[in-house]
Design a protein around this ligand. Sequence first.
Ligand SMILES: C[S@@+](CC[C@H](N)C(=O)[O-])C[C@H]1O[C@@H](n2cnc3c(N)ncnc32)[C@H](O)[C@@H]1O
Length: 412
Amino acid sequence: MVRHPAGLAAEGRQGQVQALTPEQVRALLSAPGRAAVAAAQQLDLSPSGRLRSAEAVRRAYGPELGPLALEQALLRERARAKHPRGDELWWTGPALEQASSYVVARHRARRFDGPVLDLCCSVGGDLLALPAGSTGVDLDEARLLLARANAEVLGVDVSLVRADVTALPLPPGSDVFVDPARRAGGRRVFDPRAYSPPLDVVLAWRGRVRSLGAKVAPGVDHDALPDDVEVELVSLHGDVKEAVLWTGASRRGHARSATLLPAGDVLLDDPVPAVQVRPPGTWLMEPDGAVVRAHLVAQAAHQVGGWLLDETIAYVSADARVPTPYGRWFEVLEVMPFGLKPLRERLRAHDAGPLVVKKRGTAVEPDVLRKQLKLTGSREVTIVLTRVAGRQVAMVVRPDRPDVDRPDVDRP
Ligand SMILES: C[S@@+](CC[C@H](N)C(=O)[O-])C[C@H]1O[C@@H](n2cnc3c(N)ncnc32)[C@H](O)[C@@H]1O
């Protein structure tokens, strides 16, 4: 394996980071390796200091261990965003990218009341949040060594097995969780049949176990799933993380649900009266991505006494701002048919400069639009581009909580 000479393979290139061999993991977990990582964590890991730190660890710990230790220190720094103790745990670049966030893993683990078979455990992102006595299985020896070390750091009682899960006899009555690999050759795969293990293989287990939870991409095609599967969409701080398919004892009896973490608000697919389709009122609600992906916009609209602007678009409008965890409110200041000239005029009247563009159901490219509008005003203004009863409209809106920074906002 070719490693960057300064040991900076993990630096800022998501998806390009290197895996580790079992020998490299053993070197890291040895007493000198642990000392090297601890020392590297004390160095300046900022982009400007990194090169000097790389030279320092190389001088102190040699050309093999030094770069490995620095890379581990950099991974640990990034890992704090996923796990409260991420800076004490052991990672590889790809394993960190694939690891579940701790808050999400903890949430999922609550569906199980006893030991679970985690059939793609990697370094333990899920396994170590599951009930004590759980067993992790993975094919990757290096990741299993790291999972063992992570279990020791957290003081968690787990067993680890190296096996191909597609060839594993599943104990009848077991509770199973699986998070298949959704990358091949460093690239994300979108077809569930290309997951490892493939989703159809995973779903075939459900007749043999007591309960099954399977993490899949949030864009999973609901119509392609068997009827006895609950699809739970999970978002964290408004960012959609994943869908989880639940069957057997871990299913709650609903076909679709949306869970909004960290608060843990849950919206279910309870039947609601048909939602009206009407032009915008005083308020516009942008539902949380998990609500949209779980096809629960009608339920969210019903909860706030709102209506849709277009029956195919996930914006909800209402005359009053009913507090809700399921979406974010915007006050509607103006509504106009979409056109460059009238929009420019109105935005100039608002003294618009930086433009936040939110859009659904339109092909308009925000960056192209910003260039065409040539706004030079002093205020940041938010517009919503969408369809109302099939017609393109632009709305000037005011975020109800401008302090909340949402990842789905398309900012200049
Ligand atoms: C997405 S990762 C799991 C991440 C883990 N849930 C976490 O949060 O840290 C998928 C894992 O599946 C393992 N894997 C893929 N195919 C496998 C198979 N057929 N048998 C065993 N493990 C497999 C990979 O080695 C990888 O570690």
